[in-house]
Ligand binder design. Structure first.
Ligand code: HMG
Ligand code: MG
Length: 283
């Protein structure tokens, strides 16, 4: 039997958050419903953040209320603080994610506080999530490069990843926010992180600005990681990382994993149809 590798679909959130044209909630709901038929176990649907900063995610409540939920899928939302968490719980998100940065410059630009302050904000989120029985995923952004601070030290990534794990995140997603990492950058970063966090608790989250995302996934596979984030149709980017492209495309990553002998559980034909639908949403 072939080994399993999982793709976490983040297109409705990471993919759409950067689109300039406001996409109607019903279109986002249609996208999530199509994704729900592709075979994912987890879909990141939206974010509970300041709508002035990320206008595209202002309809988080409406989108979570409108999707047809498949009980075998966990529908997730980003929650940067307790206010976001309470709203996500009310909207029946089944999983939440907190998001930190390995670089101070991006932490300030993205969430308006230092790395240390972000940990303080996350503590009550973790506590509330524990009480509500909701799993929490932790992101570390800028794991190799930061748009403001330049190259990021692998030890800084390991430190933030270990802190998120210690706080109770069940998995840490390593965000290569800029999409500029070379495989050797990713390798050096992973060597530091794996000294503190086991591969089974890590996920790779690669943006694809330089077209090396699949090569970076290959480095992760060699080191034992088996969970990867991707966006259908390669949608996206981050409003606070100017010039960064979308995540690696789900359909391309699924093909690469299958070619390497991994079972993803995804339906290639449905992925292709959904990718075509997603690409039409682009401004
Ligand atoms: P803050 O520190 O309070 O300061 O917010 P602020 O000045 O940015 O915002 C204050 C305003 O936000 C106030 O409203 C608050 O009420 C409101 P105002 O008085 O101005 O009308 N506010 C909220 N509104 C809705 N929901 C909330 C909430 N909290 C405060 N939960 C905050 C901090 C994090 C909320 C803010 O900075 C923010 O929304 N930032 C945007 C973060 C974001 O969504 N970034 C993109 C996602 S992360 C990413 O893409 C990287 C990732 O993909 C991995 C990778 O690739 O690296 C995950
Ligand atoms: Mg991202």
């Amino acid at each position: 039997m072939s080994e399993r590798a999982e793709i976490v679909e983040v297109g409705p959130r990471d993919g759409l958050q950067n689109e300039k044209r406001i996409i109607p909630a019903e279109t986002k709901i249609a996208l999530v419903d199509r994704l729900s038929a592709c075979g994912f176990g987890r879909i990141e649907v939206t974010s509970f953040v300041n709508p002035k900063r990320v206008p595209q995610m202002a309809d988080a409540v409406e989108v979570l209320a409108g999707i047809a939920r498949d009980p075998s899928i966990r529908y997730a939302a980003l929650t940067p603080n307790l206010r976001g968490f309470e709203a996500a719980r009310e909207a029946k998100a089944e999983e939440v994610a907190i998001f930190a940065s390995a670089s101070e410059g991006f932490s300030q630009a993205n969430i308006g506080c230092s790395i240390a302050e972000s940990m303080e904000r996350f503590a009550p989120v973790m506590e509330a999530a524990r009480a509500a029985g909701l799993p929490v995923r932790g992101y570390v952004s800028c794991v190799t490069h930061c748009p403001y601070d330049g190259k990021v030290a692998p030890e800084a990534v390991a430190d933030v990843a270990a802190r998120l794990l210690d706080m109770g995140c069940y998995e840490i997603s390593l965000g290569e926010t800029l999409g500029r990492a070379l495989p050797e950058d990713t390798g050096a970063m992973l060597d530091a992180v794996l000294a503190r966090v086991p591969a089974e608790r890590l996920a790779g989250h690669f943006h694809d600005t330089s077209g090396r995302a699949l090569d970076n996934v290959a480095v992760c596979l060699d080191r034992g990681l088996r969970v990867f984030d991707a966006s259908i149709g390669g949608l996206g980017g981050c409003p606070f990382a100017p010039g960064a492209a979308g995540n690696v495309a789900t359909e391309a990553l699924a093909l690469m994993l299958e070619e390497r002998g991994f079972e993803t559980g995804l339906d290639a034909k449905r992925l292709a149809e959904t990718a075509a639908f997603a690409k039409e949403l682009r401004a």
